[in-house]
Design a protein around this ligand. Sequence first.
Ligand code: G3I
Length: 310
Amino acid sequence: SAAGPLKDITNRYVGSAVAAGPLGSQADYRSVLTREFDSVTPENEMKWAVVEPNRGQFNWSGADAIVNYAQQNGKSVRGHTLVWHSQYPNWLNNLGGAELRNVVREHINTEMGRYRGKIRAWDVVNEIFEENGSRRQSIFQTRLGDGFVAEAFRAARAADPSAKLYINDYNTEGMNAKSDAMYNLVRTLKQQGVPIDGVGIQTHLATKYGYPSGFRQNLQRLAALGVDIAITEADVRIPLPVDQNKLNQQATMFKQIWDDCHAVSRCVEFTTWGYTDRHSWVPGTFPGEGAACLFDSNLRPKPAYTRINP
Ligand code: G3I
């Protein structure tokens, strides 16, 4: 584009989720990623089920590959994610509270310690709320209680004092019961001196639902708590088949996300959940919807890209 790559038109981090598979095997995927973005988030490779499928048996190959790519290419890394109700290993289900508490602390220590100094920001806890704002009844919640969140942040600060520590969630873009719960929790954690630096707003949107109302206002109220904000997983899915009108609607919504982040000085990162329709979680999860990314499957920029970077 005329103005240069996305990463050069803003002072925010501009990131994408990446998968180690195509990063290692597809030169074109790797080269557009390298050209356009200055931050990467491993899509699955740092999740607990991947890194420790059996107790004490570790697999760091995918995570190492992405961190090495980042180091060699001057990219920042967002670590994703340490404590999450999904994609955790089955062996955790057999542990009682006292043991689970130790194992969670150890996991945070081990994974953050391995990459100490190489990760700009970590999603320490992910998706802890239900839509109505109550706590999700995960094994962490039911066996460790509400305090598991503060405990995870304290362990994380000790494990890598150089990393920014985030709580991350979805459907917390606009003003609603779930984003109220997020706001209230972060306020409480700050009051209690818990080491939390930021709030991740996933931002998985769909053209059929339109743009979340009060998105900017929500970013502003979070920033007023004295935390950073990151758009961590943006995508805008559209009902298939794609047509020009839908691509334009998508472009408008992506630009609104971009503008709302830039309207709030503490919004420090704009990351998309994959950058090309060639690799996206959307079609597998929402049958009949897809094409949610900034680039098409041939790595050509879509109207959404051009709207942000004309
Ligand atoms: O790696 C195995 C492979 O060995 C096996 O043959 C295959 C068969 O199903 O599964 C593969 O694992 C899949 C994994 O992605 C890697 O491709 C899992 O089944 C699949 O469930 C997993 O989906 C991921 C999903 O998180 C899991 O909940 C998506 O790729 C990933 O994009 C998605 O990302 C999440 C964020 O972490 C948190 N926020 C929401 C976001 C979208 O769901």
